[in-house]
Design a protein around this ligand. Structure first.
Ligand code: ACO
Length: 369
């Protein structure tokens, strides 16, 4: 069903309709630009740690000077410790759940306390690492409040410290995906916050919206696709076959970008610095090239370029993260955007309550019977 424009003429995807004023991020789709708190993505990602980027988002949202990086690091360390203390009651319920389902459950248990944005951001890596370890029959590891957020996550997950290159790659990823205009999960978080509900509720709703394959659920299928293709020589025929069957190629196309998604380039550079196996990189390049050429032929009037999820999949795989954890790791970065938008909405916005056009049957008036 083509639901782009409904019979009434409304755009059911709300494309092009501004729903909020924000100082947090700006996507210039035609130019392939992403501005985060006043800086171009490339400069922002190069300049910030996870903690300093989060401080800037949360400060901007509240129209206040950002907290010091050390203060955010200490706050997140304490939040990770609090999340770990809650784990005991949760862990048995993780059994049989996917990592996304376990995170949904864990987020629902975060209390709406002082600084809920820090509490919920600190909770995600703890829940995710514990749920992933439980799948391998391993006990959860306590967080180390002295470590940066990304480093502590990798250590809690693996049971040993990650290399500096790996921590840098994950930090680049988390900062790159922290915010992205009025995407579906951010809109969800703003709608929830607009009702006066707290920031943990907004983050939980944001995560729910993120899990769909048209939004943050794509990296796992991207990796499956690369595995199915297998070798660079098969890329062209595999891609053509999928399009013939009417399938979408995961990791390509975007509602806003009409040129290449700038996040794909930042992540590609981070991936190259991480030096994955030459074989994997060659396969990814071959699939990307074949897909772009085939999509151009398939939809000559609709620019379909590489999106953030393509190189996300490669980068997170290069970090040996479990594939089913890719969407929750996305949430680990994006939660900063959700909570910042929720704070900004509550400071500057009002209840979001759009209208709908009724196209159902009308009641028959009594006198016409
Ligand atoms: N492969 C093949 N065809 C595609 C693709 C794709 N990746 N993307 C769009 N198209 C086609 C559609 O089938 C549609 O064709 P039609 O008009 O004949 O029905 C046309 O291009 C326009 O597509 P829309 O769905 O209208 O585009 P929209 O802006 O709604 O979609 C989206 C954007 C959802 C990202 C889409 O490009 C897609 O499904 N991509 C694959 C999934 C993916 O990579 N998701 C991650 C997105 S990034 C993020 O959210 C973090």
């Amino acid at each position: 069903m083509n639901t782009n424009v409904q019979t009434s003429g409304i755009k059911s995807g709300l494309e092009g309709i501004p729903a909020a004023e924000t100082a947090l991020s700006h996507v210039v789709g035609a130019a392939g630009e992403l501005i985060l708190c006043g800086a171009h993505l490339k400069d922002f990602a190069a300049a910030h740690s996870f903690e300093s980027a989060a401080a800037l988002f949360w400060g901007t949202a509240q129209d206040e000077a950002p907290m010091a990086e050390e203060q955010v690091r200490a706050g997140l360390g304490a939040a990770r410790a609090a999340a770990f203390a809650r784990l005991g009651a949760l862990l048995p319920s993780f059994e049989g759940l996917s990592l996304s389902e376990a995170l949904r459950l864990g987020l629902a248990a975060v209390p709406e306390e002082d600084a809920p944005h820090i509490a919920v951001t600190g909770a995600i890596p703890v829940i995710l690492a514990a749920a992933a370890r439980a799948k391998e029959g391993k006990a959860p590891l306590a967080p180390d409040a002295s470590l940066p957020h990304a480093a502590d996550f990798l250590r809690m997950l693996r049971g040993e410290p990650a290399s500096e290159a790996e921590v840098t790659a994950l930090t680049t990823y988390l900062v790159t995906v922290m915010d992205h205009g009025m995407n579906a999960s951010t809109f969800t978080a703003r709608v929830i916050a607009s009702t006066g509900a707290g920031l943990t509720w907004a983050a939980l709703g944001g995560f729910a919206a993120l899990t769909g394959p048209l939004h943050g659920g794509a990296p796992e299928p991207v990796l499956n696709m690369l595995e199915e293709v297998g070798t660079p020589a098969r890329a062209e025929s595999w891609v053509a076959g999928e399009l013939e069957k009417g399938e979408r190629l995961m990791g390509f196309g975007h509602r806003i970008y009409k040129v290449r998604d700038p996040r794909a380039d930042v992540l590609k550079a981070a991936l190259e610095r991480l030096s994955p196996s030459g074989e994997k990189l060659a396969l990814a390049r071959a699939v990307e090239e074949a897909a772009l050429a085939a999509l151009k032929r398939h939809k000559p009037d609709r620019p379909l370029e590489t999106n953030v999820e393509f190189y996300t999949a490669m980068l997170l795989d290069g970090l040996a993260l479990p594939r089913a954890g890719f969407t929750p790791v996305f949430a680990m970065g994006r939660v900063v955007g959700w909570t910042a938008h929720a704070m900004e909405q509550q400071r500057t916005g009002r209840l979001i309550r759009p209208a709908s056009l009724y196209v159902g049957r009308k009641p028959v008036r009594e006198e016409w019977r």
